[in-house]
Design a protein around this ligand. Structure first.
Ligand code: DNO
Length: 366
């Protein structure tokens, strides 16, 4: 597994040189955050980002995300040209981030994470809910969300790659409220059938991020919510290039989702893993917590062990962190708590790998 860290480009208050100092850190995960969905990604901008990362001895081989235009999710009239543009951006990613020469063909594959969540990406009701220890974290309170007005409210969370004007939002919400989830799912399958063959040809791994939270919000459909939806998608689109971003915190907000079991069942098609903990506070409500198992509802050791057991070698990253030690910055994306999360995960990986070696009869001196 390769430890990575999300970085929002030169506007990110967390400098690359600090990311580099996190023990075991191999690379960053980034995107061209200034471009709106539907715009072709220029190779030069990606090359510049790669150069910035490499100047700090960090690799850039994971993109999160090339946004999927709403026309594609809705199956709108301009759907085909939007898909073509997405494919052009994917080619630019392959050209800029792929191996520099055939001699370096052993480098890890380039991964592109994306999501198919209508209108809103991940959703929370509060960005700085104080926890008992004085830190603050992102929370989702079902009652607060039920009171929120997605049109009047100032909805734009850090990490969202698109936010819409009031008029656009109104139109999109109406369109999705009249679209059955099956249609959105069919549009996802059609999208993947168009892009996966080209991803395969380019050697790119696509990692679909689940819906966060994994249930419908504001009366609009959400379709990637648990093992059943992933299983169905993988049988409808069998290309090995089309895989999953196993986001523990997103799936984990629904206690019906057994994340270690999913890591085992979908082994080989997990192309990226976001590993964070979440504490379910009441049905349909949760708080993000520190990464370790005791802080939340997920068994992080079991999740990491499942990835190690199934031979997962792709990228992982700590996910949202709390704000601690007086840090301010992008909620969920400060340096300190994510760095603690990365170190904790590194420890879990080391322990699982050690356990496996022992189980395989490797009694070499330790
Ligand atoms: C939240 C992130 C998501 C993720 C996208 C992937 O912090 O996990 O915004 O990047 O859904 O497309």
């Amino acid at each position: 597994m390769r430890m990575t860290f999300r970085w929002f480009g030169s506007a990110d208050p967390v400098p690359l040189r600090h990311i580099r100092q996190i023990p075991g850190m191999a690379g960053i995960v980034s995107a061209l955050h200034d471009l709106p969905p539907g715009e072709d990604w220029p190779v030069e901008s990606l090359l510049a980002q790669r150069a910035m990362a490499e100047a700090e001895a960090l690799e850039l081989r994971v993109i999160e995300s090339i946004p999927v235009h709403e026309d594609i999710k809705l199956g709108g009239p301009r759907r085909d040209e939007r898909v073509e543009s997405w494919i052009r951006s994917m080619r630019a990613v392959a050209e800029a981030l792929g191996p520099r020469s055939s001699a370096s063909g052993s480098e890890a594959p380039v991964v592109i994470t994306y999501n198919f969540m209508p209108v809103f990406d991940w959703m929370r009701s509060e960005l700085d809910r104080p926890l008992e220890d004085g830190s603050t974290s992102l929370t989702y309170d079902a009652e607060a969300v039920a009171r929120m007005d997605p049109i009047e409210g100032e909805l734009a969370l850090p990490g969202w790659l698109a936010s819409y004007s009031r008029g656009e939002l109104q139109g999109l919400l109406e369109a999705y409220r009249g679209t059955p989830p099956e249609t959105v799912y069919g549009n996802l399958v059609a999208f993947l059938r168009d892009v996966a063959p080209e991803a395969e040809r380019l050697g790119i791994k696509l990692a679909l991020h689940p819906d966060d939270p994994p249930w419908p919000i504001f009366g609009i459909p959400r379709i990637m919510t648990g093992a059943a939806s992933v299983r169905r998608l993988f049988s409808d689109v069998t290309s090995p290039a089309s895989g999953l971003c196993l986001c523990a915190g997103s799936f984990g907000a629904d206690p019906a989702n057994d994340i270690p079991a999913m890591a085992r069942e979908f082994a080989g098609r997990v192309h990226f893993a976001h590993l964070r903990n979440v504490k379910i506070t009441s049905p349909g409500s949760f708080s993000e917590t520190a990464h370790h198992s005791a802080a939340g509802s997920l068994d992080m050791a079991a999740i990491v062990e499942a990835l190690v057991d199934t031979g997962y070698e792709g990228p992982i990253r700590p996910d949202h962190g709390r704000m601690i030690w007086g840090e301010s910055g992008k909620p969920g994306y400060g340096l300190y708590d994510r760095a603690l999360g990365a170190s904790y995960l590194t420890g879990l990986i080391e322990r699982s790998e050690y356990g496996r070696r022992r189980a395989n009869g490797d009694r070499a001196p330790v």
